[in-house]
Design a protein around this ligand. Structure first.
Ligand SMILES: NC(=O)c1ccc[n+]([C@@H]2O[C@H](COP(=O)([O-])OP(=O)(O)OC[C@H]3O[C@@H](n4cnc5c(N)ncnc54)[C@H](OP(=O)(O)O)[C@@H]3O)[C@@H](O)[C@H]2O)c1
Length: 283
């Protein structure tokens, strides 16, 4: 019997969860698509029945937001229907299902941070598929739905790495979107909070992001500053990128419920970014 099973374990959050679990002495086993394709209901049932975990954290996802527009059926299978397989398998062994979800289930037009009680209204195929996953997770007898946002984690493909790559490549100027705001979040802080919520018996929906908010332009400016670069960061509008998927203009998440449950908020995103960069630059 394993305490914790993590799907999508090669992704940035999956890795962080396994690392934090190991540091806490929690017995954990990770599976990524090569050993468990979560869209395969039979395989999900087999692996979960074999491991009999106390908790399943589903980090497996089709996270390429623009690609989801063209491949909506695939997004629906991985981000939506697969969660129903995990919910059924979790029920079989009496496990808690922790489903990871996203700020992109919201349109971003509320003009204020979203609370857990706000009604999702996604504006992209990715957001729709993740909302389907949220509804599937709610069919599990014991479930915890964690919405998070703008992740950066060790070994991951993320915005911070994209900015670093441009600087390393000798870019003379960066052009970054300044009309979307959200909560940049470090996977290590998120993983710690998820395990703490599980430990405290939290159920239902909880928003988990680092404290503070900014725009992608604000985040890029902070990355450039912390890396000691003087490359200018030019603010542009979302339309200038011509991306396939629409993004919420303001998808900030309220963490009032998280603070009530844990008795503290997560560190500010600037502090989290500093810790991430310190580790990334030491690699
Ligand atoms: N990244 C963000 O900014 C962000 C923001 C809000 C919420 N979230 C949510 O947080 C969770 C973790 O995100 P992340 O950034 O860690 O994602 P990630 O780095 O893209 O990791 C997802 C992992 O799932 C794997 N996977 C894809 N299809 C699978 C399948 N059919 N079966 C099993 N594994 C599969 C991926 O493998 P491949 O790489 O081979 O496809 C990858 O290793 C996801 O639920 C995501 O929706 C992410």
């Amino acid at each position: 019997m394993t305490d914790l099973m993590v799907t999508g374990s090669e992704g940035q959050l999956g890795r962080a969860l396994l690392e934090v679990a190991a540091a806490c002495g929690i017995e954990a086993e990770g599976h990524d698509v090569d050993t468990l394709d979560v869209t395969d209901a039979g395989a999900v049932r087999e692996v979960v029945s074999w491991l009999k975990p106390r908790v399943v954290v589903n980090c497996a996802a089709f996270t390429a937001v623009d690609a989801c527009e063209e491949r909506e059926a695939e997004a629906a299978a991985v981000n939506g229907r697969a969660v129903a397989h995990l919910a059924a398998a979790s029920d079989l062994v009496g496990a808690l299902l922790v489903q990871m979800s996203t700020d992109y289930v919201f349109s971003g037009s509320a003009g204020r941070p979203y609370a857990e009680s706000d009604v999702p209204d996604p504006i992209s195929a990715y957001g729709r598929s993740k909302l389907a996953g949220e509804r599937a997770a709610a069919s599990a007898r014991e479930h915890l739905l964690v919405r998070t946002a703008w992740l950066f984690g060790n070994g991951g493909r993320n915005f911070v790495e994209a900015i670093k790559r441009q600087l390393d490549g000798g870019a003379a100027e960066l052009r970054v979107v300044a009309d979307q705001s959200g909560n940049p979040t470090y996977c290590t802080d998120l993983a710690e909070a998820v395990l703490e919520l599980v430990d405290r018996g939290a159920r239902g929906t909880v928003h988990v992001v680092n404290a503070g908010s900014t725009t992608w332009h604000g985040l890029a400016t902070e990355i450039v500053r912390r890396l000691g670069s003087d490359v200018p960061v030019r603010a542009i509008r979302s339309e200038a990128l011509g991306l396939a998927a629409a993004r919420p203009p303001c998808s900030e998440l309220s963490t009032a419920r998280l603070e009530e449950l844990l008795g503290h908020r997560l560190p500010d995103w600037r502090d989290a970014l500093g810790r991430y960069l310190e580790r990334a630059c030491a690699r």
